[in-house]
Design a protein around this ligand. Structure first.
Ligand SMILES: [Cu+2]
Length: 156
């Protein structure tokens, strides 16, 4: 009985790791698949030493601007909080941006800079109008937070 429960637990953990994993490991210049694997292993370690991780993860709120135009500098920000307070010591905050349908190796990753209390942002000029996907990757307080990309429409 305990062996079976253990298997279920392992499966649940693997699912959780899979959901939070991303292919962003800028320190290594390895092919994408290896990067992904390395990243997943990072997550795995976090899970192990943290126990009830979900409860402790920082909260990230992304507000994409409404009226975005091609060729015009656009500011995008996330606000990070942890246990109700702004997080000003995030280890790594990145934006990942790509034109809808673009392959993974054409995704642009931009490091965000802290610009306010718990606020981190980037400036990006979109070269052409169209539909873009935007997502964030936040590493802070021993956890990694990311969510499925949001669509941003860039006008002429
Ligand atoms: Cu990520």
């Amino acid at each position: 009985m305990s062996a079976k429960n253990w298997m279920i637990g392992l499966l649940a953990l693997m699912t959780a790791v899979g959901l939070t994993a991303c292919g962003t490991t800028p320190k290594k210049e390895t092919p994408e698949k290896q990067e992904q694997k390395a990243h997943e292993e990072d997550h795995h370690e976090h899970e192990g030493d943290q126990g009830d991780a979900a409860q402790d993860l920082p909260q990230v709120e992304m507000n994409l601007p409404k009226d975005v135009r091609a060729g015009k500098e656009t500011r995008m920000e996330v606000r990070i909080t942890h246990e109700g307070k702004p997080v000003n010591d995030a280890d790594d905050v990145k934006f990942e941006i790509w034109k809808k349908g673009a392959p993974k190796d054409e995704h642009e990753k931009i490091d965000a800079k802290k610009s306010g209390d718990g606020v981190y942002g980037i400036e990006k000029t979109f070269p052409e109008a169209g539909e873009y996907q935007v997502m964030y990757h936040v590493t802070a307080r021993g956890g990694h937070v990311m969510e499925p990309a949001e669509t941003l429409t860039v006008g002429e």
